[in-house]
Design a protein around this ligand. Structure first.
Ligand SMILES: Cc1ncc(COP(=O)(O)O)c(C=O)c1O
Length: 369
């Protein structure tokens, strides 16, 4: 039986389709299919939208983190990352030649815990990665920035969930040395696969442009001067990105309205929703909610009512992934363990009808009775 409210929907209107078809004609006319004019326009317009000085488009969000870490020379160094994150963060560190060192999270707004960062940061730390979970920017980011500054270590923001997020007027990606976005299919903005690194630093910008093209020299196109890779974005992704910039604000508005339905309808119940901190603006990539009963029970009940539960952020944290399970001790990550065991993410995407969000809340209230 297909679910009445699926895990995800994605819709392109007639005018979206006309924009894409028209762009496709231009790409075919230009017949230069990768890292060319559409990618350049997307970089420029994304940077403008995000108030970032420099933007570098890449093939996906994992590559965006890896390129940022390579540009920051983490090779042979430790990179502090939260355990409560997607595996891509650890992968990117390893691919950049660094060692991922896991830290717990704080439970207010789910950022990497500044207390553990302060304990674990040291002379061999190459970078600290903060992940804006579900699009929430934690006020802890300012403490993290200070710890990093005091130790001469760059702070990198994983903005895979945080398109359009801000804290005290500063957009995601512009708080640390660099910000890495993902445009994977379910993200707030999507190009199918894709990524973007933003930075204020001219030096980093030049490094990143070279790193995404096999470490190519700026002055000699057949000389390779750094350890790079092939992270180039295709023109088709660039075109999709330009479309997304036209509709992103409307789509974020709809996400916020859906998130507000969850907040309003679940107020005073046994379900506890996470909301943005004072001063923070959140695109609600995920609506994160603490469940009063085990997640499997919620999932079973939801499924019996034809509702899909979307993936948590995260159900299996990095230290419990099989690939890393012999490397870390769960007792070090108490908050991550508690959070991963008890939260859910009900459907929250622009294609969801308000009436569907209300129905989901009714089902949740029934479970909590
Ligand atoms: C927090 C986080 N970081 C990084 C990534 C990697 O992005 P991509 O799938 O575009 O490589 C994702 C998601 O996919 C993510 O959720």
């Amino acid at each position: 039986m297909s679910l009445l409210i699926p895990i995800f929907k994605l819709h392109y209107s007639d005018s979206d389709r006309a924009f894409l078809k028209n762009g496709l004609e231009k790409i075919l006319d230009e017949a230069y299919l990768t890292n060319h004019t559409f990618v350049q326009s997307f970089e420029k317009d994304f940077g403008h939208w995000n108030s970032s000085r420099y933007s570098v488009a890449v093939s996906n969000g994992t590559a965006a983190i890896e390129a940022a870490l390579r540009a920051l020379n983490v090779h042979g160094k430790e990179v502090l990352i939260p355990s409560n994150t997607f595996i891509a963060c650890a992968t990117a560190v390893l691919n950049a030649g660094g060692t991922p060192v896991l830290c717990d999270i704080e439970l207010d707004y789910l950022a990497i815990d500044p207390v553990q960062v302060a304990e674990k940061i040291g002379p061999n730390t190459g970078a600290v990665l903060v992940v804006h979970i579900g699009g929430l920017i934690s006020p802890a980011v300012m403490k993290l920035k200070k710890i990093c500054q005091d130790n001469g270590v760059p702070l990198v923001e994983d903005c895979a969930h945080a398109h359009g997020a801000s804290y005290k007027g500063v957009k995601a990606g512009n708080i640390g040395a660099a910000g890495a976005f993902s445009f994977h299919m379910t993200k707030v903005m999507t190009t199918g696969e894709g990524g973007m690194i933003v930075t204020e630093s001219e030096t980093l910008h030049k490094e990143l442009q070279s790193i995404r093209q096999f470490g190519k020299s700026e002055s000699n196109s057949i000389m390779h001067v750094r350890d790079g890779s092939n992270f180039k974005m295709t023109e088709f992704q660039g075109l999709m990105g330009l479309l997304e910039l036209q509709r992103v604000e409307t789509r974020i508005k709809k996400r916020r309205q859906i998130a507000a339905i969850y907040d309003e309808k679940l107020k005073g119940s046994a379900w506890k929703t996470w909301s943005p901190a004072p001063g923070a603006v959140c695109p609600h990539y995920k609506k994160i909610i603490k469940a009063p009963v085990p997640r499997v029970k919620v999932e079973e009940f939801f499924n019996s009512k034809g509702i899909a539960l979307t993936g948590g952020v995260y159900n299996i944290p990095v230290h419990n992934q099989d690939v890393f399970k012999n490397s870390y001790q769960a007792k070090e990550f108490k908050n991550t363990e508690a959070f991963s065991a008890t939260h859910i993410c009900p459907p929250c995407y622009p294609e969801l009808e308000f009436s569907e969000a209300e129905k989901i809340c009714d089902v949740m209230l029934e479970i909590a009775k």
